[in-house]
Design a protein around this ligand. Structure first.
Ligand SMILES: *Cc1c(COP(=O)(O)O)cnc(C)c1O
Length: 395
């Protein structure tokens, strides 16, 4: 059994704050500061360039990748860290298109995160491929024989809808297409199993539910049967089979190493490594059960405290990620009023109140406090103040 009181104690959670925005930025693990400090002093400070071999910096993207692999149902040696998620989306998409040369369509859905769609559009312009965007529930029916790759974010960042990864992958393969699964709102949130689902490519970030800190590196996983064929396209020296031979021509490294591009962010990987220590104690089935308990309790508590608020997230736990969203015409102002009272969730345009539940540190107390404060704000219309309507430049 996973002891969620113990995992909660591993985080710095500011007093008076009910934090329900870990799906944008996870809180700081208490061990992160000391880990980064130690790395700075003992490794960068004292070892200088010798740290690449002496402290294992060079292999760090693979070692950290192996720790993430367990959390997404991948095997050791299948995941590597680096860059940002948008860049990993670019690599996966371009590699998938190259593996299906006769097909020119990238299929995705309108619930996908804009960055993934922007990357696809840029790549489509450059490679003469077409991006086809359909409604989330229309994906399976849109798998025509010109589709090279189906690109889906497993859990919709706005609605919290969880796609059926195994079924959609099966349908895509039957239609001759490859699949890319974006796990930005899955890794550390739900019991994703890329192996069981037969996913071809998977990508994700580590600063949301994995708590690696702002700008923490992304990950990419390629299914073993494709790892030696997939061309990274963004070919950098760290993905070369012999980076230190400084050969003039590129030859991809075997396996997942070829998805490395340039010098890895060692300071950021140190913070992430401290965050991943907490995950070593976590059973993913227990995590999923706890997530369903928290999100289910929140739906019930809000519906009794706030009659009339429209639930956006699926009621069926099988179709729900680890967040709950409600629609309100003044969602922005309502969220500002919540934040003013220490309940931090998120607003997603145009009218969504989004609350992320991270089993590692959120509790039923958080569920009830957030629902109660939301109920008071709506009943008293206390969101209707000029200060709560003023929009900041960056939110
Ligand atoms: C958070 C998120 C991103 C962000 O990409 P970055 O390159 O890390 O900024 C991309 N895609 C999805 C689906 C996300 O949820």
């Amino acid at each position: 059994m996973t002891d969620f009181a113990r995992t909660r104690a591993a985080f710095h959670l500011p007093a008076g704050v009910t934090y329900l925005d870990g799906n944008s930025l996870g809180p700081m693990p208490l061990a992160a500061a000391a880990r980064v400090q130690r790395m700075m002093a003992a490794e960068w400070g004292d070892m200088l360039i010798g740290g690449w071999n002496g402290a294992g910096w060079y292999d760090q993207p693979r070692r950290t990748g192996d720790r993430i692999a367990r959390l997404i149902g991948a095997g050791a040696g299948e995941v590597v860290m680096g860059d940002t998620l948008s860049i990993k989306v670019f690599q996966a998409l371009s590699a998938a298109l190259a593996l299906r040369p006769g097909r020119r369509v990238i299929l995705t859905d309108s619930g996908n995160f804009p960055s993934d769609i922007y990357v696809a559009q840029g790549l489509g312009d450059a490679l003469d491929a077409q991006v086809r965007v359909v409604e989330p529930l229309a994906l399976a029916g849109a798998l025509t024989d010109d589709v090279a790759v189906l690109m889906v974010t497993e859990v919709d960042y706005r609605s919290g809808y969880r796609h059926d990864m195994a079924e959609l992958t099966r349908r895509a393969h039957a239609a001759g297409a490859l699949t890319i699964w974006d796990l930005a709102h899955s890794a550390g949130a739900v019991d994703t199993d890329v192996t069981a689902a037969g996913a071809d490519f998977a990508v994700g970030c580590t600063y949301k539910y994995l708590n690696g800190g702002p700008g923490a590196p992304a990950f990419i996983r390629v299914a073993p049967h494709l790892a030696d064929q997939a061309r990274p396209i963004l070919q950098g020296w760290m993905g070369h089979r012999l980076p230190f031979a400084f050969e003039q021509d590129y030859h991809a490294a075997p396996g997942i190493e070829r998805m490395r591009v340039g010098t890895p962010p060692i300071l950021a990987l140190a913070a992430l490594d401290a965050a991943l220590d907490i995950w070593d104690e976590v059973d993913m089935a227990a995590l999923r059960a706890r997530s369903i308990e928290l999100t289910g309790a929140f739906i019930g508590a809000v519906e009794s405290a706030c009659p009339g608020l429209e639930l956006v997230t699926p009621r069926d736990p099988a179709r729900r990620g680890s967040q709950v969203s409600f629609r309100h015409p003044q969602a922005y102002a309502v969220m500002q009023a919540l934040i003013a009272q220490g309940v931090i969730g998120d607003f997603r345009a145009p009218d969504v109140l989004r609350f992320g539940f991270a089993p590692l540190y959120n509790t039923l107390d958080d569920v009830h406090r957030a629902a109660q404060v939301l109920g008071q704000i709506l009943a008293g219309k206390s969101w209707d103040r000029p200060a709560f309507h003023a929009r900041a430049q960056v939110t």
